[in-house]
Design a protein around this ligand. Structure first.
Ligand code: GUN
Ligand code: FE
Length: 506
C-alpha cells in the first residue's frame, strides 16, 4: 500500500506500491517501492522468501501506513481526570484535582480496575511508544507495568495464508503488546499534601530501586530478543518543588552509577512554579541549573513543558543533549503559556510532543499535533503579524508545517526517548511500530494512490504524473488525518511487528 514516512524536520516521503518486509522479531528487513499487486509473489521469490511462512497484509483503498506515534510525556493515573479543573493554574490544579485523583492509586485494586482501559486508550489512539508517569505508589506502579506487560502475549502466526484473504484474517489475530518507555513511579517527598507524599527520601529511593529492578526483570534484553516487552524504567523526580535536596542527591548517585537509566521531570511550566523553585533553590542560577546540579541533565533526560526557559537554560539543555517534550494542549488548558518551539528547533534542541494527560484533555497525539500547530501560529501572529517571509529552514516565529508536526510526533519523539531499539520511522533495521490509517470516512477525495486513475494506472505505475498526483493525494490525506482524524481512523496498531490495537482489532 501507500507509506507516509517522516524523513527530516521539514520533509516526509510518500510512497505508493510499498512492500515492507517485517521479520519474526518484528523488525523491518527491507522496503521496496512501486510494487504492483500482480508482481508481489514474484518479488517475494526474488527476495528468497520461497516456501517461507509469509503473511501479506494488503492495504485497502483509503488506507495508508505510517510510523506509530511517540508520546514523550503523559500521566497514566490522571486519565480519569481529563476534562476537569481547567479554570485552575498548575499549582492549584495539582492540589485540588491531580493529587486527590492520584492518591486513589494507593488502593491496588483501584489500579487493577482502571489501568487496563487507560493503556488501551493510548493504544487505540495510535501511540506505540509512551512515556508514562505513574503515581508515588510502588505496588500500583507494578500493576501498571504488569498491565503493559500482560498485553504482550505472543502472536501465533498462521502457517499459510493467501494474501488476498488476509484482510478478514487481520481482524482475528490475537496479540497484545505495548511499547512503553516507562510506567514510572514519581519521586515526591515534600510540598505535597499529607495524604499523598512519600514518608522519607530514603523510602523514595528504596521504592525506586525496587521498581527499577522489577521493570528490568520483565524486560531482559534488546529488542530483537523475542518476548521482550520493551519496557524501560525512568527515574522520575516529579519536579524540583516536590523533591527535597536529600532526595535529589540520592537520585544523583543512582543515575550516576547507571547511565542507561532514563530520567524525566517537569521544567519551567508555570511562572509561579518557576518563582517558587527559585525560592527553594536560591543557590542555583536557574531552574535547569537545579536539575543540572543534581546530575539529572543528560542525553536520555526528558524535560516536559520548558515554556519559560532563559537563554542560558536553552544553551545548557542543548549542551547536555537533553530532550524537551512539548505539551501544547496542557499548556493552553492550564494557562501555563506557549513554548517557543520554533526557537528551540533553531537552536538544535531535540523536541518531541507530549499529551500530558490530564493537563492535556486528550490521550491522542493527533490533538497534541493540532495544538502544536495552533501554538506555533499564535507565536507567529504575535511576533510576525504581517507574515513577512521567514528564512528558509528556520522555525522561529513560523507556523509549524505539516512535515514538522509529523516529525515531532514520531521521529522527534524517538530522538528524545533514546531507546535501545530503533523507532520513529519505518526503515530497514527499525522496529515495525506502525499504524494503518483509514481516512476514507473523512476524506472527500474519491481518488486513491493505489487506484489513482485507471487511465494513468494503465500507462505505468512509475510515471512521474502518477507520482506527483499520488504525492498530492497522500499529503491531503495526511493533513485530513492530523486535523480531522481520531481513533476511528486508526485501523491497525502494530508494535514490534504485532497487531495490538486499532478498529480492526476491536
Ligand atoms: N508538574 C508537576 N506535576 C505535574 C503534573 O502532574 N502535570 C503537569 N502538567 N505539571 C506538573
Ligand atoms: Fe506532566
Amino acid at each position: 500500500g501507500s507509506l507516509i514516512n517522516p524523513t527530516t524536520l521539514t520533509s516526509y516521503e510518500t510512497i505508493t506500491g510499498c512492500l515492507i518486509a517485517v521479520n519474526a522479531h518484528g523488525n523491518i528487513d527491507w522496503i521496496i517501492h512501486d510494487v504492483k499487486d500482480s508482481s508481489i509473489q514474484e518479488t517475494l521469490l526474488q527476495k528468497g522468501l520461497f516456501d517461507v511462512d509469509v503473511t501479506i497484509v494488503p492495504l485497502q483503498e483509503g488506507q495508508f501506513i505510517m510510523p506509530g506515534f511517540v508520546d514523550t510525556h503523559t500521566h497514566a493515573p490522571q486519565v480519569p481526570n481529563t476534562g476537569t479543573g481547567y479554570q485552575s493554574e498548575l499549582l492549584d490544579w495539582l492540589e485540588n484535582f491531580t493529587f486527590p485523583m492520584e492518591a486513589n492509586f494507593q488502593d491496588v485494586d483501584f489500579a487493577k480496575k482502571v489501568y487496563p482501559s487507560i493503556i488501551k486508550k493510548f493504544i487505540a489512539s495510535g501511540t506505540t511508544t509512551c512515556c508514562y508517569y505513574g503515581t508515588l505508589h510502588l505496588e500500583s506502579n507494578k500493576v501498571l507495568t504488569d498491565i503493559v506487560h500482560s498485553l504482550a502475549q505472543t502472536l501465533s502466526r498462521p502457517t499459510s495464508v493467501d494474501w488476498r484473504t488476509l484482510t478478514p484474517y487481520l481482524n482475528k489475530l490475537q496479540a497484545h503488546r505495548m511499547d512503553a518507555l516507562s510506567p514510572q513511579k514519581c519521586n515526591m517527598d515534600r510540598n505535597c499534601p499529607s495524604y499523598y507524599i512519600e514518608p522519607s527520601s530514603s523510602r523514595s529511593i528504596s521504592d525506586t530501586q525496587a521498581f527499577i529492578s522489577y521493570v528490568r526483570s520483565l524486560s531482559p534484553g534488546p529488542s530483537n530478543n523475542p518476548g521482550n516487552p520493551l519496557i524501560y524504567p525512568v527515574v522520575t523526580p516529579r519536579f524540583a518543588i516536590s523533591c527535597t535536596n536529600e532526595l535529589l542527591s540520592s537520585l544523583k548517585t543512582l543515575v550516576h552509577l547507571d547511565t542507561r537509566l532514563h530520567i524525566q521531570t517537569h521544567i519551567s511550566e508555570n511562572m509561579k512554579e518557576v518563582e517558587y523553585t527559585k525560592e527553594l533553590y536560591p543557590d542555583c542560577e536557574h531552574y535547569a541549573g537545579v536539575y543540572d546540579s543534581y546530575g539529572l541533565l543528560r542525553n536520555n533526560t526528558i524535560l516536559a513543558h520548558a515554556i519559560w526557559l532563559q537563554e542560558k537554560e536553552i544553551d545548557l539543555v542543548k549542551e547536555r543533549e537533553v530532550g524537551l517534550s512539548h505539551c501544547p494542549t496542557s499548556n493552553f488548558n492550564l494557562r501555563s503559556g506557549i513554548a517557543p518551539i520554533g526557537k528551540y528547533l533553531d537552536r538544535g534542541v531535540k523536541i518531541g510532543l507530549g499529551t500530558d494527560v490530564s493537563g492535556g484533555f486528550s490521550a491522542s497525539m493527533l490533538v497534541a499535533m493540532r495544538n502544536a500547530s495552533i501554538a506555533s501560529t499564535v507565536v507567529a501572529l504575535q511576533n510576525n503579524p504581517t507574515n513577512a517571509p521567514i528564512e528558509e529552514g528556520k522555525f522561529t516565529n513560523r507556523q509549524l508545517p505539516l512535515a514538522t508536526l509529523l516529525y515531532l510526533a514520531t521521529k522527534g519523539g524517538a530522538e528524545v526517548c533514546v531507546l535501545d531499539h530503533q523507532i520513529g520511522s519505518l526503515e530497514p533495521g527499525k522496529s515495525f511500530d506502525a499504524l494503518i490509517v483509514d481516512v476514507s470516512s473523512i476524506s472527500s477525495t474519491s481518488k486513491w494512490p493505489g487506484d489513482v486513475d485507471p487511465a494513468l494506472r494503465k500507462i505505468s505505475t512509475t510515471t512521474s504524473s502518477l507520482r506527483s498526483s499520488s504525492r498530492a493525494i497522500l499529503e491531503g490525506l495526511l493533513e485530513k488525518f492530523v486535523f480531522c482524524g481520531d481513533d476511528r481512523n486508526v485501523f491497525a496498531v502494530f508494535v514490534q511487528g504485532k497487531l495490538i490495537g486499532g478498529t480492526s482489532y476491536a
